[in-house]
Write a protein that binds this ligand. Structure first.
Ligand SMILES: [Fe+2]
Ligand SMILES: [Fe+2]
Length: 304
């Protein structure tokens, strides 16, 4: 039962104890462009045959930039979503209010951190890597769905942030240390956010019918489809940046091969790794019986 696992008091106390600033994370460092930024599971470049090792390294670094952007981009809606949740009970549970205000503040801090990383990566690569526009439009689409759908998407994102760092980044000693720290500092806050998401989800489903809960899961999957479209757009911008960085034009066949690899890794990174996360599966089980069948079917289709 999710209700027995977390409390706002626990989130608040961990958040206060682990407080950090963007300067704490960067410590005046720059990236080491002789190193990979992302591990294989996230970057997915190792199997590409049309690029040499140096070109794969550059693509990995371009993808590091895109990774930061996609996070900053999809997290844009979380700030108003959490502020709305805080405002719903301003004169009630003070601990809840204090933690949710910190939660919203954390996300603005993450945006600062991710934007600073992107500007240093652009400078180091010597090109301005293209990134998908329209973050306010995406926020409007997410906030236009039911509150439960927005909270479920947030939970999905925070659990995959957790998984990326703990299972795929922390273990490597050959990745760029600053990039590793960016994911580490992000994870420190997201570990508490994920617990608070479960609490807000429990509050939200209390008075909802089973049919409305299942509808919110459908809305979540629609949002997943929209994210998949954004990732496909980002993939094209990554190819343009790669051509500029490696100063050669890629043939149609080469681009097709790179797209095949990138689509698989982007989908795994930003959708499947969250849909399959055991903690997220637990959240969906609590929301609606039968919800996980929809989630598993979508995850399998995306991973195919
Ligand atoms: Fe975040
Ligand atoms: Fe978060």
């Amino acid at each position: 039962m999710l209700s027995n696992q977390h409390s706002y008091e626990d989130c608040l106390s961990h958040s206060i104890k682990s407080e950090w600033t963007v300067d704490d994370c960067f410590q005046d460092r720059n990236f080491d462009f002789s190193k990979r930024f992302l591990p294989y599971r996230i970057a997915g470049v190792d199997g590409i045959t049309c690029l040499n090792d140096d070109e794969k390294l550059k693509l990995n670094q371009i993808l590091g930039n895109s990774y930061c952007h996609v996070f900053a981009f999809v997290e844009e809606y979380i700030i108003p979503l959490v502020m709305d949740q805080a405002r719903e009970d301003v004169y009630g549970d003070e601990t809840r209010l204090r933690y949710l205000l910190r939660f919203a503040h954390d996300e603005t801090k993450h945006q600062d951190m991710l934007k600073r990383a992107m500007s240093q990566i652009d400078e180091g690569l010597g090109v301005e890597c293209g990134v998908i526009p329209g973050r306010e439009d995406v926020a409007e689409v997410v906030l236009g769905k039911s509150k439960l759908a927005g909270l479920l998407l947030t939970s999905l994102i925070e659990w995959f942030t957790h998984l990326h760092y703990v299972e795929h980044v922390r273990a490597y000693d050959d990745l760029d240390p600053l990039f590793q720290d960016i994911l580490k500092y992000h994870w420190i806050d997201e570990a508490q956010h994920a617990k608070a998401d479960s609490l807000m989800i429990l509050e939200t489903i209390k008075d909802m019918s089973e049919a409305d809960r299942l509808k919110a899961i459908d809305e979540l999957l629609e949002l997943g489809g929209a994210i998949d479209g954004l990732l496909a757009h980002q993939m094209e911008l990554d190819l343009e940046a790669l051509e500029k960085v490696i100063t050669r034009t890629l043939s149609a066949d080469e681009k097709a091969e790179i797209r095949t690899h990138q689509q698989r890794s982007y989908r795994w990174t930003f959708l499947v790794s969250g849909l399959e996360h055991l903690k997220f599966v637990e959240v969906i089980e609590e929301v609606a019986k039968g919800g996980n069948e929809k989630i598993v079917a979508t995850a399998l289709a995306l991973a195919a």
